[in-house]
Design a protein around this ligand. Structure first.
Ligand code: COA
Length: 373
């Protein structure tokens, strides 16, 4: 039997090469195309980061202006897609909505040959918030919203469509920062799923649909929603401390903690945590932040497990008035950049991804006719 701790879930296995990202590397931490995530979070816009990942370099001002203008011009939804979004039930999970919408776009705007890949990547980046919030606003308020706004950023566009008005610069900056932190993370489960699909020389819409399906689960992107559900259960730090101790005794998973690659901390957490605190202060109610800190302390004291990017992202989104069920879809609005960059990288040096399995089934059996079984 294979040693599960060593090889289960491909842990520790190097499954290919990438020039896009390092995760938890000694002396490097989290980097995108050679840039430290902290430099990007402090100084870059999400659109600059998207350009870096998808076009391979930080844009000049002229390139950025052009890129932003292109994104803005691609936010509109085709009528056929609006009809599909209206037909999807109101109680569907928004991740399923995105998966279906991307798949449908693959039918009405097929990629064709791969020379079109940069355009398809930009189109998906531009249209993702429009898809999500058209569906959301239609089913929650009966409104058929216009999905084109004048906002220069993906974050501004998202919050504008959600709340029906342009966000404050502070909220726009906070959402943009979380988009930067979520943009790319090497061979995580959804990206790897996308690369496996791409390896067959399939199209970008298929690879992204598969990646959305992988991101949906609570062990991956879905953890930010599960983290919100957890912290909302507690009305004080004391209650949270007691509650999480009880959960650990019952061997329950605490969502938003632990990581396959990082061993002592997730570098994205400190940025999200600082934003969560600032947003709680703006709101004038520190309860949820204090509850989150209490959960974080118990997890470290008891299990030496640290908060990952999803844990404080939950309260950041909550403080901006974003409904919990839209948290994981926000991850999609960001990670589409990393996915598309990996799809292009896989295509540039493609090899079908087809590993081997260790067979643990029965030995060769004698064939039995149906009446003899
Ligand atoms: N809460 C409680 N215990 C946890 C835990 C958590 N969030 N994360 C890991 N552990 C425990 C496991 O139960 C396991 O204990 P054991 O050795 O006694 O069986 C040990 O820590 C190792 O965890 P394991 O699940 O084998 O690690 P992994 O590398 O396969 O999984 C995650 C990594 C991220 C899937 C895992 O930490 C997890 O499920 N976290 C919660 C979901 C989450 O936040 N996902 C987002 C990731 S960015």
């Amino acid at each position: 039997m294979t040693d599960k701790k060593k090889t289960g879930g491909l842990a520790g296995v190097t499954a290919g090469k990438t020039a896009l990202c390092t995760v938890g590397k000694e002396g490097a931490g989290l980097t995108y195309c050679g840039y430290d995530i902290y430099d990007l979070a402090d100084n870059a816009s999400f659109e600059e980061v998207a350009h870096l990942l998808l076009r391979g370099h930080l844009p000049t001002q002229a390139e950025l202006d052009d890129y932003v203008a292109t994104i803005k011009s691609l936010r509109e939804l085709p009528d056929a897609l609006k009809t599909v979004l209206e037909m999807i039930p109101a109680d569907a999970h928004p991740m399923d909505v995105l998966r279906t919408a991307v798949s449908f776009l693959g039918n009405i705007e097929p990629e064709g040959d791969f020379t079109n890949q940069q355009h398809v990547a930009t189109r998906l980046l531009a249209v993702m918030p429009s898809i999500l919030l058209y569906w959301h606003r239609f089913h929650t308020g009966g409104t058929r919203i216009a999905t084109e706004t004048d906002d220069d950023t993906v974050a501004g566009h998202f919050l504008h469509l959600l709340h029906g008005q342009a966000p404050s610069p502070f909220h726009e900056k906070c959402l943009s920062t979380t988009l930067i932190l979520y943009a790319e993370h090497e061979f995580n489960a959804s990206t790897f799923a996308g690369r496996v699909i791409t390896g067959t020389l399939s199209d970008m819409h298929s690879a992204v649909s598969g990646a959305i399906g992988a991101l949906r689960g609570p062990l991956h992107g879905g953890a930010n929603e599960a983290a919100m559900e957890l912290i909302q259960k507690f009305s004080s730090a004391e209650e949270a401390t007691k509650g999480v101790h009880g959960m650990l005794e019952r061997k329950e998973l605490i969502m938003g903690f632990g990581h396959r690659v990082y061993t002592t901390s997730d570098p994205r957490n400190s940025v999200n945590k600082a934003m969560s605190k600032a947003l709680a202060e703006e709101k004038g109610d520190m309860t949820l932040y204090e509850v989150s800190e209490a959960v974080e302390k118990v997890m470290w004291d008891e299990k030496k497990l640290f908060a990952n990017a999803d844990f404080f992202a939950a309260s950041v989104y909550h403080f901006m008035g974003i409904p919990t069920y839209l948290f994981t879809p926000i991850f999609v609005c960001s990670r589409i950049t990393g996915w598309a960059a990996h799809i292009m990288e896989q295509r540039a040096d493609n090899k079908l991804i087809r590993p081997a399995a260790e067979y643990v089934g029965p030995a060769l059996q004698e064939w039995l006719a149906i009446e003899d079984r």
